[in-house]
Design a protein. Structure first.
Length: 441
């Protein structure tokens, strides 16, 4: 085999030619118009980049694989992306850090309240299932709000402990609050939920699903007495000793399948005024080795219980116990969304020293995620929940360069014959895109 030689070309080529599809979608939903109406911080100098360009460039860089501020240079060096979006010059990564540092708590509240309200008012779907969760974002510097708290993967390491709300039905993020790393899971839950409902504005929340970190009397009472009518909820119970006793002495079980049984009962904690409905599930470890839940401990006859893993849920739903259990199990999708946000959108890495600047940058990461979800549903038109890394490989990572044909710029894409018709279909999909979006449930 002859030795391979190399040569060079002056032609500007992008590895991200498929990003042009997202540009067409942004034009269709008039993204620049809504950004221009937001109370964004002003630049102190006329020489500074416009806030709209900075935000758009940030979104494009995240879609192109940037997962920290230094990686935002990926689009700065890409002249084809610059041409596609009509930018004259491109900012360096420090320009984003300086701009996000202009955000503070009140600006964050105003900007992201209006941005989320605009977005969800254009999603024509109602009666949401809302999953609220928290996650650990490990920090390695001296960022504001990074504190030592519960961190199972990096014990003793400082972190942030944000709250996140997901809309299960449309696979989108409804709210994001950054919190210090020593915050308990349910800290500020009421304020966060009130803020989420305000951002969803006129949308109906039909169900809230919470993990055991939110198991508390205050959460139950708030949900049961919210406004004029209660909000339906399913909350995983913490297996405190009184609940373990309740599980241990449960005698009536309904068999759902091999190695899995369910019980429907009531439970009243010492500080509760009234009992609440409890759904209990136990799974035999021998038959279901990957079963979720916990084994019962601290009992004299542990031999009787060690073969099972138990899960239990407090709910005000009046549906059959099996349906309640099945509904809660779908909540696992929120964990997958957190992983995708961290690994594919850089949510764990976009942080700066200023606390509110970090919260602002991460809310724009959430917005980037929502726009991709919109793209999947309205342009790709698929029900398959494709991860961002899959989209990058299949749709966005297409080599291309721009030529001039008279006064017309033409993006030349490097695609095999079999894929050209497929891409052409996506190119014209925006003509059939509905905005506001009608979600097909």
């Amino acid at each position: 085999m002859k030795e391979l030689k190399i040569s060079f070309t002056n032609k500007e080529i992008t590895p991200w030619g498929g990003i042009v599809l997202l540009k067409k979608m942004l034009n269709h939903i008039s993204i620049e118009e809504i950004l221009s109406k937001l109370p964004l911080p002003k630049q102190g100098s006329n020489r500074g980049y416009s806030p709209i360009q900075l935000i758009e460039t940030f979104l494009v860089s995240v879609w192109s694989g940037a997962n920290k501020f230094e990686h935002l240079e990926v689009t700065r060096q890409d002249k084809v992306i610059q041409d596609i979006f009509g930018w004259k010059t491109m900012p360096g990564h420090k320009a984003f850090q300086r701009y996000f540092s202009k955000f503070n708590q009140s600006i964050n509240q105003r900007v992201f309240r209006e941005l989320y309200q605009w977005f969800f008012s254009n999603i024509k779907f109602d009666n949401y299932t809302l999953d609220i969760d928290s996650t650990i974002m490990t920090r390695y510097g001296e960022q504001e709000g990074s504190k030592r708290g519960y961190n199972p993967k990096k014990p003793g390491r400082k972190s942030h402990h944000p709250l996140m709300a997901f809309i299960a039905d449309s696979k989108m993020v409804a709210n994001f609050w950054l919190r210090p790393g020593n915050s308990y899971t349910s800290n500020n839950f009421v304020g966060f939920l009130e803020d989420t409902l305000e951002k969803l504005k006129d949308k109906q929340v039909g169900l809230i699903r919470l993990d055991s970190g939110f198991y508390s009397k205050e959460v139950f009472e708030y949900l049961e007495n919210k406004r004029t009518e209660a909000i339906n909820y399913i909350v995983a119970a913490k297996l405190y000793y009184p609940i373990k006793r309740k599980l241990a002495y449960q005698k009536t079980w309904l068999r759902l399948g091999d190695g899995i049984e369910i019980a429907d009962t009531e439970y009243q904690a010492m500080d509760w005024e009234n009992p609440r409905r409890m759904i209990i599930v136990r799974q035999e470890i021998k038959l279901r080795p990957k079963a979720s839940g916990k084994q019962l401990r601290l009992f004299e006859n542990e031999e009787l219980y060690k073969n099972y893993r138990y899960s239990c849920f407090i709910t005000n739903l009046k549906l059959p116990a099996k349906i309640v259990y099945d509904i809660y199990r779908n909540r696992a999708e929120s964990e997958n969304r957190i992983k995708e946000l961290k690994y594919d959108f850089g949510a764990e890495s976009f942080n700066v020293k200023n606390f509110w600047a970090t919260e602002a940058s991460l809310n724009f990461v959430m917005f980037a995620y929502n726009l991709v979800s919109l793209f999947i549903q309205s342009v790709l038109g698929t029900r398959i929940n494709q991860r961002m890394k899959t989209l990058r490989y299949n749709v966005f990572a297409i080599g291309g360069y721009i030529i001039k044909n008279g006064n017309q710029k033409v993006l030349k894409l490097s695609l095999g014959m079999k894929r050209r018709q497929w891409f052409s279909g996506l190119w014209y999909a925006d003509k059939f895109m509905h905005w506001p979006l009608v979600v097909d449930s």
